[in-house]
Design a binder for this molecule. Structure first.
Ligand code: 7PM
Length: 277
């Protein structure tokens, strides 16, 4: 699997599993205190994650939590673009933008983003064209339904087969629209329209996603499935998050999305020492 390059020329080497640090710029995470204080806090948080070993920072301004309401484009732009601009000029690592909106993709690319992370897998009208125009790598994530209702009775016949088929279809739509497969990353979308059994099945059989022939990204950090397995865990779901990251890496994930970057980086160093080449 070749390395993925970002548009701003910052390299992301996927020769071993890398950690993507999560930077939420939603009002619930960086609330009031004024515009500049929240920008400063976001910058400091991103720098801390890079110091802990993050190879990429994922900036998101639209909460996709189950039951969440959509955010208007103007508000999402106001949240993420100043942060991306500041990070792009400061950080040594590429910046990913977590968005489904074509206008945000284009503005983020102009502001220096190096990757597009879309939980809708570029299904929104105009998203494929916008992503293609940026020439940036894209992460296509699987989701059944939409955030507001996706956790109301999700069903699959064969969850792994269906998620793989969806991702293969989205890859095909992307290549047909002019996004080369060298620029595509796929993600089974843990927690997005899935029961605990679906999530566990996906993690158990994550290795089967290698068949798609592109890097696999996994986001499990702090998700509710961990609490349901570990039972009101101590340390805010940290230990089950790290365990899930290790399982994902052993099963071929090239990028692990994490809130707690340092612990994930240290754990993945063990995976690399034992299983890496
Ligand atoms: C509440 C619940 C807030 C869940 C935020 C979330 C993924 C992602 C998210 C993922 C990719 C979170 C999620 N999850 N992008 N964005 N893969 N590619 O845990 O699993 O941050 S939002």
């Amino acid at each position: 699997m070749g390395p993925v390059w970002d548009g701003a020329g910052k390299r992301l080497d996927l020769g071993r599993t890398r950690v993507m640090g999560i930077l939420n710029v939603t009002p619930d995470s960086f609330s009031d205190g004024g515009e500049f204080l929240s920008l400063d806090r976001a910058l400091r948080r991103a720098l801390a994650m890079v110091e802990e070993g993050a190879a990429i920072i994922d900036v998101g301004g639209e909460s996709t939590r189950p039951g969440a309401q959509p955010v208007p484009e103007a508000e999402e732009l106001d949240r993420v673009i100043p942060v991306i601009e500041a990070l792009a000029g400061t950080l040594s690592v590429p910046i990913s933008v977590d968005t489904s909106k074509p206008g945000v993709m284009e503005a983020a690319a102009r502001a220096g983003a190096g990757m597009i992370n879309d939980v809708y897998a570029l299904r929104r009208p105009g998203a494929i064209e916008a992503a293609r125009a940026t020439a940036l790598p894209v992460c296509l994530m699987h989701m059944q339904g939409e955030p507001r209702t996706m956790q109301q009775d999700p069903r699959y016949g064969d969850v792994v087969g269906e998620v793989k088929r969806f991702l293969a279809q989205r890859m095909k739509a992307c290549t047909a629209a002019g996004i080369p497969r060298e620029r595509i990353i796929v993600d089974p979308g843990f927690g997005f329209g899935k029961t605990l059994a679906h999530n566990v099945g996906l993690l158990r059989r994550l290795g089967e996603f290698q068949d798609l022939g592109v890097p696999v990204l996994v986001g499990i950090s702090r998700k509710s499935m961990l609490a349901r397995v570990a039972g009101a865990p101590a340390m805010g779901r940290l230990y089950p998050s790290v365990a899930a990251a290790v399982i994902a890496a052993i099963n071929g994930a090239r990028i692990v999305r994490a809130h707690d970057v340092g612990p994930a980086v240290e754990a993945l160093a063990m995976v690399d020492a034992v299983y890496g080449d």
